[in-house]
Design a protein around this ligand. Structure first.
Ligand code: GLY
Length: 388
């Protein structure tokens, strides 16, 4: 009797554990079929020839963006991840084709988003093909990004728009662009990019975080003195709230800084951010956060699957550095939730994989929709779940 009870308990706990694990093979099969569908839909979308990458599916329409949009690199990146998993020449060809459309952004000095655009596309292209042609593109993009650094502030300027609201805005998302700088130093031997990335990370660590390790979305600096003018939000619920995707960008950003520098302070910062996210009282059981942890409308407001996917991907990496099994289990649980409750039905939503993300709620834009970066980080997390 006792032995039967032990056996039942064992089977029950094993099945709970198993239920938390996503079926990576099945997910990539689905991702491929959705992307096949998307490739058919792209030529049919109401778009201009210069609109090259799918961004979202909103109001029944597949929306494409021009190469200078901050999201343009994610679709090529998705194609690279499909190639990474399948090694199929078909995905290699598509990945090369869509990457080529945005390579010119290496010269773009008008935004900080070059990491997203060039690292997710060309960075993956180099990682997977080792084609030397891609290296100078990454170095040039790092030069363009570096042109936005001001030694007085110690940070890279994020945006040039809304000059009536701020002087020198820096957003937490900017941590994601540092990966490009670290690679540029490796490729060129020029340590300037590395030093600049570290300075940006240190200044961000000093000014962007609250005592509970949540982060402000925007910190505005005085470019002459380097003083902080104000701390505020743009895409979150309120200046003092914790915008969900911003917390995920911070987690991912400090994890990658630890990878590149092995500076303990970055690991500590990433651990603190992880604790804020994972222990937050408004985090739902399925670990897919509401778009802002402090929206008073919770639970009657939209989720952000993109924040969950970014968090899962970061946690897999952080789990290795922090030697923390719980991070891996949480990342597994997030992927399991996304695969169950956040999948698009087949051949719908323009071919996006995940639904239920929130882009810019205060602007009433992209609320409860698919977003290309949710899919990108979902595939990245699935790949990392196999390796970790
Ligand atoms: N980097 C812009 C966003 O996360 O919406």
């Amino acid at each position: 009797m006792k032995r039967t009870l032990v056996l039942i308990t064992l089977v029950a706990s094993l099945s709970t554990l198993y239920a938390q694990k996503v079926n990576v093979k099945k997910e990539f099969k689905f991702a491929q079929s959705q992307t096949d569908y998307m490739l058919q839909e792209i030529p049919k979308a109401e778009s201009k020839p210069e609109q090259v990458s799918p961004r979202t599916f909103e109001n029944g329409k597949l929306k494409l963006v021009v190469s200078k949009d901050w999201t343009s690199g994610f679709f090529p990146g998705i194609l690279w991840y499909l190639y990474d998993y399948t090694k199929s020449p078909k995905w290699l060809e598509e990945a090369k084709k869509f990457t080529a459309k945005i390579e010119k952004e290496q010269f773009n000095k008008g935004t900080h988003d070059l990491g997203f655009m060039i690292y997710c596309s060309v960075g993956n292209a180099y990682r997977l093909t080792k084609d030397e042609r891609y290296k100078p593109i990454i170095i040039q993009a790092a030069k363009s990004l570096s042109s936005r650094f001001n030694p007085q502030t110690g940070v890279i300027r994020s945006w040039d728009h809304h000059q009536d609201i701020w002087q020198y805005p820096v957003i937490i998302d900017n941590m994601m662009n540092l990966e490009l700088l670290f690679d540029a130093t490796k490729f060129s031997g020029d340590s300037t990019f590395y030093k600049l990335a570290v300075t940006h990370a240190n200044t961000t660590m000093k000014n962007h975080f609250r005592p509970d390790y949540s982060s402000y979305h925007v910190v505005d600096y005085n470019p002459q003195t380097g003083a902080v003018n104000k701390k505020m939000t743009h895409q979150g619920y309120a200046d003092e709230s914790a915008w969900a995707r911003g917390q995920a960008w911070g987690l991912y950003g400090f994890t990658l800084c630890y990878r590149e520098t092995k500076d303990q302070r970055y690991l500590d910062q990433a651990n603190h951010i992880a604790a804020f996210i994972l222990n937050h009282p408004s985090m739902p059981k399925d670990l897919v956060p509401y778009w802002d942890y402090n929206d008073p409308a919770i639970p009657n407001t939209s989720r952000d699957a993109s924040a969950a996917a970014i968090t899962a991907s970061a946690l897999y990496e952080l789990a290795g550095y922090a030697n923390n099994k719980t991070y891996r289990e949480k990342a597994d649980a997030i992927l399991s939730s996304l695969s169950k409750g956040y999948h698009s039905p087949k051949n719908q939503n323009g071919g996006f994989i995940l639904i239920h993300s929130t882009g810019h709620r205060p602007a009433k834009s992209e609320i409860d929709v698919p977003l290309t970066y949710a899919d990108y980080y979902y595939l990245e997390a699935l790949l990392r779940s196999k390796k970790n």
